[in-house]
Design a protein around this ligand. Structure first.
Ligand code: ADP
Ligand code: ZN
Length: 748
């Protein structure tokens, strides 16, 4: 006869998604015990409210010092079971520890909001145009002068087939809710609650299965290395180094096929901007069960995809940064394309880097990691050179096709010789003229949107600045407004100088909007389009312009980095970089690397097919190594130089970096807070070096002063101590805030 002992008391450790380190202990009432499984979401009383948290572990006694009377009961368990398995909980513990977030924040980041909300179909407030196009256009013209916001709203609706989600419409038309409501009252539009647009990727029928090309010798060698690793169920990181067109994606596809054959799953991370239907089609043509996690999914679709992935219903998951958490049951391979891209780093808590989190996840899962890039980050490259990662090289373009020759044009000289400020050098102009005459296409790249980058008084030298950020307003001509590119603030640019009253302000510098206007006058016959976040109202517009450019309905495309990333335009024969210097002026130890990467990427756009391409790089620093080596397509040369400098100055990968950003109302408060953080870092571990505190690059944002400090930390162990020392400062207290960013990307 067996005796069932009375069950011991049962307590649950709960993590809540608030920036507080601590776990909370609750009692699990007897009737709920069967449901208490780690990884499950739970509702608990927290102060006067209830909160949703995650059960992270169970225990049968209370932590010392916690009297039983102080312990409250769990209210209820959510979902039909745990949403996280032990490995995912462990990964989130790592994230919380390394990036200095709370465990609750890390767990929250690992689950899509749609899964947490149960995937209810999302209805969004949508504006629908009431009158027909002609009448609406007439109304827009009539109000253009007096009510420019209302006119912009009508024009935006006209461009989007008569309806748009209200939030997007407000963004595009730079306005608040008020003019929308006025237009609704006037009967020109209706505000309705409509279901969000369906998944743009799901609409397409699966593409016909593609016949894979026979791999080249180098592709074969790369593939054999990865496959052998997958066969052994071994963790290993590979760096696939190869220029655009060298056949990297083909290696990914074959490796994915091998993983699927072996009954395991794979995750493919791509930069958000490269996640186009074209990219996805290519994967779907080769792997039948692909799930795409994309920001355009509705909640219901996202929830469905997530469940399908967790049930093993997808072999390959493609997505941006957050797809690193996709709940595939048996991860065999993680591919990270363009591993150097900054969009893999999340810019709010937990500030994780998907590449680094992915490597940790793969290690636990016994999976292979395949990092691909033409211009890998120095951190990754050094790991590969030193043998920690395995280096796989694709040395040339498949099917030949040389890299285009790159010419550097000294714009200071150009200015001297032509006697006026120019943005189009004579050399670039003549190449474009010739290309257009032959019916070929050109691409002009400028990483600055808007019309004029500065509005300045010729008499007192005063610049019209955003009051909150202390940064110059960028003048946008079509909007007729100055916009702050940091906080999104706007103002009407006055006729006279606000400081000294002198009439006539100069609009200086140029952005893509001015370039577009100028080349329209310059090349009157050419069909011209502009691609930047001002003209691209959402994914569809972006895909539309790209397809018409591919279909050769556009001759010249002007754009920001939107056009530089991972796009393939084989017919383009002239690429112009209008100002290569922009990224060099940013106070960041990676400024040279970013500049090199951007230039190399843009240069790789030209001359992919049979026609040779030409690239012109305009710069005021023609001798800068980033410019010279990118023009020579010399990654190895750049990496060697950059490595030597980073080693000399103790920057990553020869140290780990953490940045703290303190913000508070008033310079003194912000500074004192940053000094406190700096002292905490210095005292945390030997060998820590602190730079600053100093005013941040953006000294004020939304009226708060910002000071920052950066620490170079000798190694990971010391970083653990530095983060632990900083954590107590990170609790938001009133209007003061300390943000800590481990392995920061960009330091503005
Ligand atoms: P990357 O990802 O490095 O830019 P891709 O894998 O996209 O390069 O390859 C560039 C082009 O060459 C694609 O059109 C691809 O289909 C083709 N390609 C790749 N590998 C081969 C091969 N072994 N034989 C023939 N064509 C190939
Ligand atoms: Zn601002």
């Amino acid at each position: 006869m067996s005796v069932t002992p009375s069950p011991p008391a049962c307590y649950a450790e709960i993590a809540v998604a608030v920036p507080v380190d601590q776990l909370f202990t609750y009692r699990v009432p007897e009737p709920l015990r069967a449901e208490a499984i780690p990884g499950r979401r739970v509702v608990v009383p927290l102060g006067p409210r209830t909160a949703t948290g995650y059960l992270v572990s169970l225990r049968d006694d209370l932590p010392p010092g916690l009297p039983p009377a102080a312990v409250k009961d769990v209210r209820a368990f959510l979902d039909e079971g745990p949403l996280m398995d032990g490995a995912m909980l462990e990964l989130c513990r790592f994230i919380a520890r390394w990036y200095g977030s709370s465990l609750g924040e890390a767990l929250d980041a690992a689950l899509p909001a749609a899964v947490k909300s149960g995937g209810r179909r999302r209805r969004v407030p949508t504006a629908v145009l009431v009158p027909g196009p002609a009448e609406a256009r007439g109304a827009a013209d009539a109000m253009a002068e007096k009510h420019p916001k209302r006119a912009r709203i009508l024009l935006a609706l006209l461009e989007n087939e008569g309806s748009m989600p209200a939030r997007e419409l407000r963004r595009v038309a730079h306005c608040s809710e008020a003019p929308l409501r006025t237009l609704a009252k006037e009967g020109l539009l209706r505000l309705e609650s409509l279901e969000a647009a369906p998944d743009p990727f799901a609409l397409r029928a699966p593409p016909p299965p593609a016949v894979p090309p026979t791999p080249t010798e180098e592709q074969d060698a790369a593939l054999a290395a990865v496959t052998a690793c997958v066969d052994r169920g071994e963790f290993r990181v590979f760096l696939l180094l190869g220029i655009t067109g060298s056949g990297k994606t083909e290696v990914y596809l074959r490796a994915l096929e091998e993983v699927v054959k072996r009954g395991r799953q794979a995750i493919v991370l791509v930069p958000e901007i490269a996640l186009t239907p074209q990219t996805v089609e290519r994967f779907r043509a080769r792997c039948p069960r692909v799930a795409v996690l994309h920001s355009a999914l509705t909640d219901a679709e996202r929830h469905l995809q997530w469940r399908r992935i967790r049930a093993g219903g997808a072999d390959v998951v493609i997505g941006p940064r957050s797809a690193v958490f996709a709940p595939v049951p048996r991860l065999g391979l993680l591919v990270i394309d363009e591993e150097h891209e900054t969009s893999f780093k999340q810019q709010n808590a937990p500030r994780y880097h998907a590449r680094d989190v992915g490597i940790v996840r793969a290690k636990e899962a016994g999976a292979a990691v395949l990092l691909g890039s033409a211009t890998p980050s120095l951190e990754t490259f050094v790991n590969a050179r030193e043998g920690k990662y395995q280096l796989l090289i694709l040395p040339r373009r498949v099917g030949g096709g040389a890299l285009p020759p790159v010419e550097i044009v000294d714009m200071l000289r150009e200015r001297r010789e032509s006697g006026r400020p120019v943005f189009l050098s004579r050399r670039l102009e003549s190449l474009l003229t010739a290309a257009l005459a032959r019916g070929e296409q050109g691409l002009l790249f400028l990483n600055r949107r808007g019309y004029a980058t500065e509005v300045k008084c010729a008499r007192c030298g005063g610049v019209v600045e955003c009051g909150g950020c202390r940064l110059p307003y960028t003048f946008h001509r079509r909007l007729g407004l100055g916009l702050c590119h940091y906080c999104g603030g706007e103002r009407r640019i006055p006729e006279d100088c606000p400081a000294c009253g002198a009439p006539g302000l100069d609009r200086r510098g140029f952005g893509t909007e001015k370039v577009e206007e100028a080349i329209r006058t310059h090349f009157p016959g050419a069909r011209i389009a502009r691609m930047d976040s001002d003209t691209m109202k959402g994914r569809e517009a972006y895909d539309r312009v790209l397809s018409s450019f591919r279909a050769r309905e556009i001759d010249l495309l002007v754009g920001t980095q939107m056009i530089a990333k991972g796009l393939d335009f084989p017919e383009v024969t002239v690429v112009g970089v209008l100002n290569a210097d922009i990224a060099l002026h940013v106070p960041d130890f990676r400024a040279a690397e970013r500049t090199f990467q951007l230039l190399a990427q843009v240069a790789g756009r030209a001359g992919r097919a049979s026609r040779p391409g030409r690239v012109v790089v305009q710069t005021t620093v023609p001798d800068h190594p980033s410019v010279v080596l990118a023009a020579a397509h010399d990654f190895a040369g750049f990496a060697a130089l950059e490595e030597a400098e980073r080693r000399r100055d103790g920057w990553p990968p020869f140290s780990r970096v953490v940045r703290v950003l303190a913000s508070a109302p008033g310079k003194e408060k912000a500074r004192a807070l940053a000094e406190e953080a700096a002292a905490a870092m210095l005292g945390a571990a030997p060998g820590v070096r602190v730079l600053g505190p100093a005013p941040a690059f953006l000294q004020q944002v939304k009226g708060k002063d910002r000071w920052h400090a950066l620490a170079k930390v000798p190694d990971a162990r010391a970083m653990g101590r530095v983060v632990a020392a900083l954590r107590p400062l990170c609790r938001r207290t009133g209007d003061r805030e300390v943000i800590l960013d481990v392995d920061p990307v960009g330091t503005a």
